[in-house]
Design a protein around this ligand. Structure first.
Ligand code: AMP
Ligand code: MG
Length: 426
Protein backbone atom coordinates (compact mmCIF):
# COMPACT_ATOMS: atom_id res chain seq x y z
CA UNK A 1 0.00 0.00 0.00
CA UNK A 2 1.26 3.48 -0.88
CA UNK A 3 2.69 5.46 2.04
CA UNK A 4 0.69 8.49 3.22
CA UNK A 5 2.72 11.66 2.71
CA UNK A 6 2.43 14.30 5.45
CA UNK A 7 1.16 17.60 4.05
CA UNK A 8 4.14 19.50 5.45
CA UNK A 9 6.53 17.29 3.47
CA UNK A 10 4.57 17.96 0.27
CA UNK A 11 4.50 21.71 1.01
CA UNK A 12 8.28 21.74 1.47
CA UNK A 13 8.76 19.93 -1.83
CA UNK A 14 6.48 22.41 -3.64
CA UNK A 15 8.11 25.50 -2.14
CA UNK A 16 11.62 24.16 -2.81
CA UNK A 17 10.69 23.81 -6.49
CA UNK A 18 9.20 27.33 -6.66
CA UNK A 19 11.21 30.44 -7.40
CA UNK A 20 10.03 34.03 -7.30
CA UNK A 21 9.00 35.75 -10.52
CA UNK A 22 10.75 38.83 -11.91
CA UNK A 23 9.70 42.46 -11.61
CA UNK A 24 7.57 44.80 -13.68
CA UNK A 25 6.99 48.52 -13.46
CA UNK A 26 3.42 49.64 -12.77
CA UNK A 27 1.71 52.99 -12.26
CA UNK A 28 0.84 53.85 -8.67
CA UNK A 29 -2.88 53.24 -9.09
CA UNK A 30 -2.25 49.75 -10.44
CA UNK A 31 -0.02 48.90 -7.49
CA UNK A 32 -2.73 48.17 -4.90
CA UNK A 33 -2.50 44.53 -3.78
CA UNK A 34 0.76 43.99 -5.68
CA UNK A 35 3.97 42.87 -3.99
CA UNK A 36 6.76 45.44 -3.76
CA UNK A 37 9.83 44.17 -5.61
CA UNK A 38 12.47 46.39 -4.01
CA UNK A 39 13.10 48.01 -0.65
CA UNK A 40 11.66 51.50 -0.70
CA UNK A 41 14.22 53.99 0.60
CA UNK A 42 12.92 57.49 1.30
CA UNK A 43 14.38 59.97 -1.17
CA UNK A 44 13.16 62.95 0.88
CA UNK A 45 11.95 63.97 4.31
CA UNK A 46 8.24 64.19 5.09
CA UNK A 47 7.21 66.77 6.02
CA UNK A 48 9.94 68.42 3.98
CA UNK A 49 10.17 71.38 6.39
CA UNK A 50 8.97 72.35 9.87
CA UNK A 51 5.32 73.32 9.42
CA UNK A 52 2.43 74.54 11.47
CA UNK A 53 -0.06 72.03 12.90
CA UNK A 54 -2.59 74.84 13.58
CA UNK A 55 -3.97 78.06 12.24
CA UNK A 56 -2.40 80.72 14.48
CA UNK A 57 0.67 82.90 14.99
CA UNK A 58 4.32 81.94 14.68
CA UNK A 59 6.22 83.56 17.53
CA UNK A 60 9.44 83.49 19.56
CA UNK A 61 8.58 81.61 22.75
CA UNK A 62 10.87 84.02 24.70
CA UNK A 63 8.37 86.82 23.93
CA UNK A 64 5.32 85.08 25.39
CA UNK A 65 6.74 82.72 27.99
CA UNK A 66 5.18 84.46 31.04
CA UNK A 67 1.73 83.03 31.61
CA UNK A 68 -0.21 86.03 30.46
CA UNK A 69 -3.64 86.51 31.93
CA UNK A 70 -6.67 87.92 30.09
CA UNK A 71 -6.02 91.26 31.79
CA UNK A 72 -2.35 91.42 30.70
CA UNK A 73 -1.79 89.60 27.40
CA UNK A 74 1.50 89.60 25.49
CA UNK A 75 1.19 92.03 22.57
CA UNK A 76 3.19 91.28 19.39
CA UNK A 77 3.38 93.09 16.04
CA UNK A 78 2.08 91.02 13.11
CA UNK A 79 4.56 91.50 10.27
CA UNK A 80 3.24 89.07 7.64
CA UNK A 81 0.37 86.72 6.72
CA UNK A 82 1.40 83.26 5.40
CA UNK A 83 -1.30 80.98 3.97
CA UNK A 84 -0.62 77.26 3.27
CA UNK A 85 1.52 76.87 0.17
CA UNK A 86 3.27 80.22 0.72
CA UNK A 87 6.60 80.79 2.43
CA UNK A 88 7.24 83.78 4.71
CA UNK A 89 9.52 86.39 3.22
CA UNK A 90 10.39 87.85 6.63
CA UNK A 91 11.75 86.33 9.79
CA UNK A 92 10.22 86.76 13.22
CA UNK A 93 12.22 89.18 15.40
CA UNK A 94 11.75 90.17 19.04
CA UNK A 95 8.21 91.37 19.75
CA UNK A 96 6.98 90.14 16.35
CA UNK A 97 4.59 87.45 15.06
CA UNK A 98 3.63 86.06 11.64
CA UNK A 99 0.10 84.88 10.98
CA UNK A 100 0.28 81.29 9.69
CA UNK A 101 -2.12 78.62 8.40
CA UNK A 102 -2.03 74.87 9.05
CA UNK A 103 0.61 73.20 6.89
CA UNK A 104 2.54 76.39 6.11
CA UNK A 105 6.29 76.40 6.63
CA UNK A 106 7.31 77.87 9.99
CA UNK A 107 9.08 81.20 9.36
CA UNK A 108 12.69 81.78 10.37
CA UNK A 109 13.10 83.13 13.87
CA UNK A 110 9.89 81.53 15.21
CA UNK A 111 10.03 78.46 17.43
CA UNK A 112 6.40 78.15 18.55
CA UNK A 113 2.91 78.48 17.07
CA UNK A 114 0.10 79.86 19.21
CA UNK A 115 -3.28 78.65 18.03
CA UNK A 116 -5.69 81.30 16.88
CA UNK A 117 -8.23 80.48 19.62
CA UNK A 118 -5.78 81.74 22.28
CA UNK A 119 -5.21 85.09 20.58
CA UNK A 120 -7.03 88.23 19.67
CA UNK A 121 -5.81 90.05 16.56
CA UNK A 122 -6.28 93.78 16.61
CA UNK A 123 -5.05 95.89 13.68
CA UNK A 124 -1.41 95.00 13.01
CA UNK A 125 -0.93 93.53 16.49
CA UNK A 126 -2.03 90.32 18.15
CA UNK A 127 -2.73 89.76 21.83
CA UNK A 128 -1.74 86.38 23.26
CA UNK A 129 -3.44 85.27 26.42
CA UNK A 130 -1.77 81.95 27.12
CA UNK A 131 1.69 80.61 26.27
CA UNK A 132 1.88 77.01 25.03
CA UNK A 133 5.06 74.95 25.58
CA UNK A 134 8.13 75.94 23.58
CA UNK A 135 7.91 74.29 20.15
CA UNK A 136 4.14 73.73 20.43
CA UNK A 137 2.04 73.19 17.27
CA UNK A 138 5.04 72.66 15.02
CA UNK A 139 5.36 69.43 13.00
CA UNK A 140 9.10 68.98 12.63
CA UNK A 141 10.74 68.21 9.31
CA UNK A 142 11.02 64.42 8.82
CA UNK A 143 8.66 63.47 11.70
CA UNK A 144 6.83 61.09 9.33
CA UNK A 145 9.54 59.95 6.92
CA UNK A 146 13.30 60.50 7.23
CA UNK A 147 15.35 60.67 4.05
CA UNK A 148 17.41 57.47 3.70
CA UNK A 149 15.15 55.31 5.92
CA UNK A 150 13.72 52.05 4.56
CA UNK A 151 10.01 52.84 4.59
CA UNK A 152 8.52 49.73 2.92
CA UNK A 153 10.33 46.40 2.74
CA UNK A 154 10.59 44.34 -0.43
CA UNK A 155 7.91 41.63 -0.36
CA UNK A 156 5.24 43.85 1.22
CA UNK A 157 1.73 43.63 -0.23
CA UNK A 158 0.81 47.23 -1.03
CA UNK A 159 -2.26 48.60 0.75
CA UNK A 160 -3.79 52.09 0.55
CA UNK A 161 -1.40 53.36 3.26
CA UNK A 162 1.65 52.23 1.27
CA UNK A 163 0.24 53.79 -1.91
CA UNK A 164 -0.11 57.07 0.01
CA UNK A 165 3.50 56.94 1.21
CA UNK A 166 4.69 56.16 -2.32
CA UNK A 167 2.88 59.29 -3.49
CA UNK A 168 4.46 61.31 -0.67
CA UNK A 169 7.83 60.15 -1.96
CA UNK A 170 6.86 61.29 -5.47
CA UNK A 171 6.88 57.75 -6.90
CA UNK A 172 4.42 57.66 -9.76
CA UNK A 173 5.69 54.21 -10.80
CA UNK A 174 6.84 51.31 -8.70
CA UNK A 175 8.55 47.95 -9.29
CA UNK A 176 6.38 45.02 -8.24
CA UNK A 177 6.65 41.29 -8.80
CA UNK A 178 4.91 39.86 -11.83
CA UNK A 179 1.60 38.17 -11.11
CA UNK A 180 1.72 34.39 -11.58
CA UNK A 181 -0.20 33.17 -14.64
CA UNK A 182 -2.01 29.97 -13.79
CA UNK A 183 -3.42 27.72 -16.53
CA UNK A 184 -6.40 25.68 -15.35
CA UNK A 185 -7.54 22.46 -16.98
CA UNK A 186 -10.43 20.29 -15.82
CA UNK A 187 -10.51 16.66 -16.85
CA UNK A 188 -13.35 14.20 -17.17
CA UNK A 189 -15.71 12.85 -19.81
CA UNK A 190 -18.62 13.53 -17.45
CA UNK A 191 -18.01 17.29 -17.50
CA UNK A 192 -19.69 19.99 -19.53
CA UNK A 193 -18.77 23.64 -19.58
CA UNK A 194 -21.06 26.57 -18.88
CA UNK A 195 -21.10 27.80 -22.45
CA UNK A 196 -22.06 24.50 -24.09
CA UNK A 197 -25.38 22.72 -24.46
CA UNK A 198 -25.34 19.66 -22.28
CA UNK A 199 -27.48 16.67 -21.34
CA UNK A 200 -28.85 16.15 -17.86
CA UNK A 201 -26.35 13.37 -17.19
CA UNK A 202 -23.41 15.75 -17.41
CA UNK A 203 -21.75 17.46 -14.46
CA UNK A 204 -21.09 21.18 -14.82
CA UNK A 205 -17.41 22.00 -14.71
CA UNK A 206 -17.36 24.08 -11.54
CA UNK A 207 -13.75 23.42 -10.56
CA UNK A 208 -12.28 25.57 -13.34
CA UNK A 209 -14.24 28.56 -12.09
CA UNK A 210 -13.68 27.97 -8.37
CA UNK A 211 -9.97 27.48 -8.97
CA UNK A 212 -9.79 30.51 -11.28
CA UNK A 213 -11.36 32.64 -8.57
CA UNK A 214 -8.92 31.24 -5.99
CA UNK A 215 -6.08 32.15 -8.36
CA UNK A 216 -7.38 35.70 -8.63
CA UNK A 217 -7.85 35.96 -4.88
CA UNK A 218 -4.21 34.93 -4.43
CA UNK A 219 -3.12 37.69 -6.82
CA UNK A 220 -2.65 35.56 -9.94
CA UNK A 221 -3.98 35.62 -13.49
CA UNK A 222 -6.12 32.58 -14.37
CA UNK A 223 -6.05 31.15 -17.88
CA UNK A 224 -8.91 28.73 -18.51
CA UNK A 225 -7.99 25.84 -20.77
CA UNK A 226 -11.44 24.22 -20.61
CA UNK A 227 -12.06 20.51 -20.25
CA UNK A 228 -9.86 17.63 -21.37
CA UNK A 229 -11.44 14.28 -22.20
CA UNK A 230 -10.32 11.22 -20.28
CA UNK A 231 -7.97 10.37 -23.14
CA UNK A 232 -4.17 10.70 -22.96
CA UNK A 233 -3.93 12.42 -26.37
CA UNK A 234 -6.45 15.14 -25.49
CA UNK A 235 -4.83 15.65 -22.08
CA UNK A 236 -1.37 16.02 -23.64
CA UNK A 237 -2.65 18.42 -26.25
CA UNK A 238 -4.40 20.68 -23.72
CA UNK A 239 -1.51 20.54 -21.25
CA UNK A 240 0.79 21.80 -24.02
CA UNK A 241 -1.37 24.94 -24.24
CA UNK A 242 -0.88 25.54 -20.54
CA UNK A 243 2.89 25.48 -20.60
CA UNK A 244 3.13 29.16 -21.52
CA UNK A 245 1.84 29.95 -18.05
CA UNK A 246 3.90 29.87 -14.83
CA UNK A 247 1.75 27.19 -13.21
CA UNK A 248 -0.48 24.46 -14.60
CA UNK A 249 -3.34 23.22 -12.42
CA UNK A 250 -5.33 20.16 -13.46
CA UNK A 251 -8.32 18.87 -11.58
CA UNK A 252 -9.54 15.31 -11.69
CA UNK A 253 -8.08 12.13 -13.08
CA UNK A 254 -5.38 11.66 -10.43
CA UNK A 255 -7.00 8.70 -8.66
CA UNK A 256 -6.51 5.01 -9.45
CA UNK A 257 -9.56 4.61 -11.72
CA UNK A 258 -9.44 3.11 -15.21
CA UNK A 259 -10.02 6.55 -16.74
CA UNK A 260 -7.58 8.50 -14.57
CA UNK A 261 -4.88 9.38 -17.06
CA UNK A 262 -3.37 12.48 -15.43
CA UNK A 263 -0.68 10.44 -13.70
CA UNK A 264 0.36 8.58 -16.84
CA UNK A 265 0.49 11.77 -18.91
CA UNK A 266 2.34 13.71 -16.20
CA UNK A 267 4.84 10.84 -15.93
CA UNK A 268 5.44 10.96 -19.65
CA UNK A 269 5.81 14.75 -19.84
CA UNK A 270 7.41 15.69 -16.56
CA UNK A 271 10.68 15.01 -14.88
CA UNK A 272 10.65 14.20 -11.17
CA UNK A 273 6.91 14.05 -10.73
CA UNK A 274 5.57 13.21 -7.29
CA UNK A 275 2.39 11.18 -6.99
CA UNK A 276 1.37 11.59 -3.42
CA UNK A 277 -1.31 10.03 -1.35
CA UNK A 278 -1.49 12.90 1.10
CA UNK A 279 -2.22 12.28 4.76
CA UNK A 280 -5.06 14.81 4.65
CA UNK A 281 -8.78 14.82 4.26
CA UNK A 282 -10.32 15.98 2.04
CA UNK A 283 -7.98 15.60 -0.91
CA UNK A 284 -5.74 12.56 -0.87
CA UNK A 285 -4.35 11.89 -4.33
CA UNK A 286 -2.20 14.71 -5.66
CA UNK A 287 0.39 14.98 -8.40
CA UNK A 288 3.11 17.61 -8.40
CA UNK A 289 6.25 18.27 -10.38
CA UNK A 290 7.66 20.28 -13.22
CA UNK A 291 6.76 20.03 -16.88
CA UNK A 292 9.03 22.01 -19.20
CA UNK A 293 10.23 23.99 -16.18
CA UNK A 294 6.70 24.98 -15.12
CA UNK A 295 5.04 23.97 -11.85
CA UNK A 296 2.35 21.38 -12.54
CA UNK A 297 -0.30 20.27 -10.05
CA UNK A 298 -2.83 17.48 -10.49
CA UNK A 299 -5.55 18.13 -7.89
CA UNK A 300 -8.32 15.71 -6.99
CA UNK A 301 -11.58 16.26 -8.88
CA UNK A 302 -14.05 16.47 -6.02
CA UNK A 303 -14.85 20.17 -5.70
CA UNK A 304 -14.03 20.55 -1.99
CA UNK A 305 -10.88 18.43 -2.33
CA UNK A 306 -9.64 20.56 -5.20
CA UNK A 307 -10.26 23.80 -3.28
CA UNK A 308 -8.67 22.56 -0.06
CA UNK A 309 -5.60 21.16 -1.82
CA UNK A 310 -5.33 24.41 -3.81
CA UNK A 311 -5.31 26.27 -0.46
CA UNK A 312 -2.65 24.06 1.07
CA UNK A 313 -0.29 23.60 -1.89
CA UNK A 314 -1.00 25.80 -4.92
CA UNK A 315 -1.69 29.03 -3.02
CA UNK A 316 1.59 28.95 -1.05
CA UNK A 317 3.47 28.36 -4.33
CA UNK A 318 1.64 31.33 -5.89
CA UNK A 319 2.52 33.57 -2.95
CA UNK A 320 6.17 32.57 -3.27
CA UNK A 321 6.09 33.18 -7.04
CA UNK A 322 4.63 36.63 -6.43
CA UNK A 323 7.40 37.59 -4.03
CA UNK A 324 5.48 37.59 -0.76
CA UNK A 325 7.35 36.87 2.46
CA UNK A 326 4.66 34.73 4.10
CA UNK A 327 2.90 31.88 2.35
CA UNK A 328 0.18 31.14 4.88
CA UNK A 329 -3.26 32.43 5.74
CA UNK A 330 -3.76 34.07 9.12
CA UNK A 331 -3.83 31.30 11.75
CA UNK A 332 -5.81 31.62 15.01
CA UNK A 333 -6.83 29.55 17.98
CA UNK A 334 -10.52 29.11 18.75
CA UNK A 335 -12.72 27.03 21.05
CA UNK A 336 -14.35 24.13 19.22
CA UNK A 337 -18.08 23.84 19.86
CA UNK A 338 -18.89 20.31 18.80
CA UNK A 339 -17.73 16.75 19.11
CA UNK A 340 -15.74 15.25 16.28
CA UNK A 341 -13.85 11.98 15.92
CA UNK A 342 -11.56 10.51 13.30
CA UNK A 343 -8.76 8.01 12.86
CA UNK A 344 -5.29 9.12 13.84
CA UNK A 345 -3.71 8.86 10.39
CA UNK A 346 -4.76 11.97 8.49
CA UNK A 347 -4.82 15.69 9.08
CA UNK A 348 -8.36 17.00 8.54
CA UNK A 349 -9.44 20.36 7.24
CA UNK A 350 -12.99 20.86 8.44
CA UNK A 351 -14.90 23.74 6.97
CA UNK A 352 -15.69 26.01 9.89
CA UNK A 353 -17.56 29.11 11.00
CA UNK A 354 -15.40 31.29 13.20
CA UNK A 355 -17.34 33.68 15.44
CA UNK A 356 -16.59 36.01 18.28
CA UNK A 357 -18.87 35.33 21.22
CA UNK A 358 -18.48 37.49 24.32
CA UNK A 359 -14.98 38.39 23.22
CA UNK A 360 -13.93 34.75 22.74
CA UNK A 361 -13.24 33.15 19.35
CA UNK A 362 -15.34 30.05 18.86
CA UNK A 363 -15.65 27.75 15.88
CA UNK A 364 -18.16 25.20 14.70
CA UNK A 365 -18.29 23.17 11.52
CA UNK A 366 -20.53 24.08 8.60
CA UNK A 367 -22.29 20.74 8.94
CA UNK A 368 -21.79 17.78 6.62
CA UNK A 369 -18.23 17.59 5.41
CA UNK A 370 -18.44 15.42 2.29
CA UNK A 371 -15.84 16.28 -0.35
CA UNK A 372 -18.57 16.90 -2.93
CA UNK A 373 -20.46 19.33 -0.67
CA UNK A 374 -19.23 22.66 -2.00
CA UNK A 375 -21.74 24.57 0.12
CA UNK A 376 -19.55 23.55 3.07
CA UNK A 377 -16.97 25.96 1.61
CA UNK A 378 -19.63 28.59 0.87
CA UNK A 379 -20.70 28.67 4.52
CA UNK A 380 -17.14 28.56 5.85
CA UNK A 381 -14.96 31.48 6.86
CA UNK A 382 -12.14 29.22 8.03
CA UNK A 383 -10.63 25.75 7.81
CA UNK A 384 -10.31 23.93 11.13
CA UNK A 385 -6.91 22.25 11.06
CA UNK A 386 -7.18 18.98 13.00
CA UNK A 387 -3.74 17.34 13.28
CA UNK A 388 -3.08 13.75 12.21
CA UNK A 389 -2.67 12.41 15.74
CA UNK A 390 -5.91 13.88 17.13
CA UNK A 391 -8.68 11.27 17.35
CA UNK A 392 -11.37 13.23 19.11
CA UNK A 393 -12.42 16.80 19.71
CA UNK A 394 -14.85 17.82 22.44
CA UNK A 395 -16.74 21.09 22.97
CA UNK A 396 -14.34 23.62 24.52
CA UNK A 397 -11.18 22.10 23.03
CA UNK A 398 -8.78 24.64 21.54
CA UNK A 399 -8.27 24.17 17.80
CA UNK A 400 -6.20 25.94 15.17
CA UNK A 401 -8.02 27.58 12.29
CA UNK A 402 -6.83 28.99 8.99
CA UNK A 403 -8.83 32.15 8.37
CA UNK A 404 -10.24 32.34 4.83
CA UNK A 405 -12.34 35.46 5.22
CA UNK A 406 -12.41 38.39 7.61
CA UNK A 407 -16.20 38.31 7.82
CA UNK A 408 -16.83 36.74 11.21
CA UNK A 409 -20.30 37.90 12.26
CA UNK A 410 -21.81 38.06 8.77
CA UNK A 411 -21.39 34.33 8.45
CA UNK A 412 -23.10 33.44 11.71
CA UNK A 413 -26.57 33.54 10.24
CA UNK A 414 -25.58 31.43 7.27
CA UNK A 415 -24.42 28.52 9.39
CA UNK A 416 -26.70 26.03 11.07
CA UNK A 417 -26.86 26.28 14.86
CA UNK A 418 -24.93 23.17 15.65
CA UNK A 419 -23.82 22.91 19.28
CA UNK A 420 -23.43 19.23 19.97
CA UNK A 421 -23.85 18.45 16.28
CA UNK A 422 -21.61 15.72 14.99
CA UNK A 423 -20.44 16.34 11.41
CA UNK A 424 -20.25 13.43 9.07
CA UNK A 425 -16.84 12.80 7.68
CA UNK A 426 -15.60 13.54 4.16
P1 AMP B 1 -11.91 12.38 -10.40
O1 AMP B 1 -10.88 12.91 -9.44
O2 AMP B 1 -11.61 12.69 -11.81
O3 AMP B 1 -12.19 10.94 -10.14
O4 AMP B 1 -13.25 13.17 -10.07
C1 AMP B 1 -13.94 12.96 -8.88
C2 AMP B 1 -15.33 13.58 -8.98
O5 AMP B 1 -15.18 14.98 -8.92
C3 AMP B 1 -16.05 13.34 -10.29
O6 AMP B 1 -16.88 12.24 -10.20
C4 AMP B 1 -16.88 14.57 -10.50
O7 AMP B 1 -18.12 14.38 -9.87
C5 AMP B 1 -16.13 15.61 -9.73
N1 AMP B 1 -15.44 16.51 -10.62
C6 AMP B 1 -14.29 16.25 -11.29
N2 AMP B 1 -13.92 17.31 -12.00
C7 AMP B 1 -14.84 18.27 -11.78
C8 AMP B 1 -15.01 19.60 -12.23
N3 AMP B 1 -14.16 20.17 -13.07
N4 AMP B 1 -16.08 20.31 -11.78
C9 AMP B 1 -16.95 19.73 -10.93
N5 AMP B 1 -16.83 18.50 -10.47
C10 AMP B 1 -15.81 17.75 -10.89
MG1 MG C 1 -12.29 12.02 -13.63
Amino acid sequence: MQRLTPLQEAQQTVLAATSTLGLEKVGLLEALGRVLGEDLIASRDNPPWDNSAMDGFAVRWEDIKQDHAIAKPAVLTVIEDVPAGKVATKSVGPGQAIRIMTGASVPKGADTVVKVEETEPSGDTVRIFKAPDRGANIRPCGEDVKKGDRIIAKGTVLRPAEIGILAILAKSFVFVHQRPRVAILSTGDELADLDERFDEDKIINSNSYGIAAAVQEAGGIPILLGIAKDQPADLKDKIAHGLNADVLVLSGGVSMGDYDFTKAVFKELGAEMNFWKLAIRPGQPLAFGKIAGKLAFGLPGNPVSSMVTFEQLVRPAMLKLSGQRSYIRPVMQALFQETFSKRNDRRHFLRGVLSRENGVLTVRTTGDQGSGILTSMVKANCLIDVPEAVERLNPGDTVTVQVLSAQLEDREEAAKPSTGHRPSCC
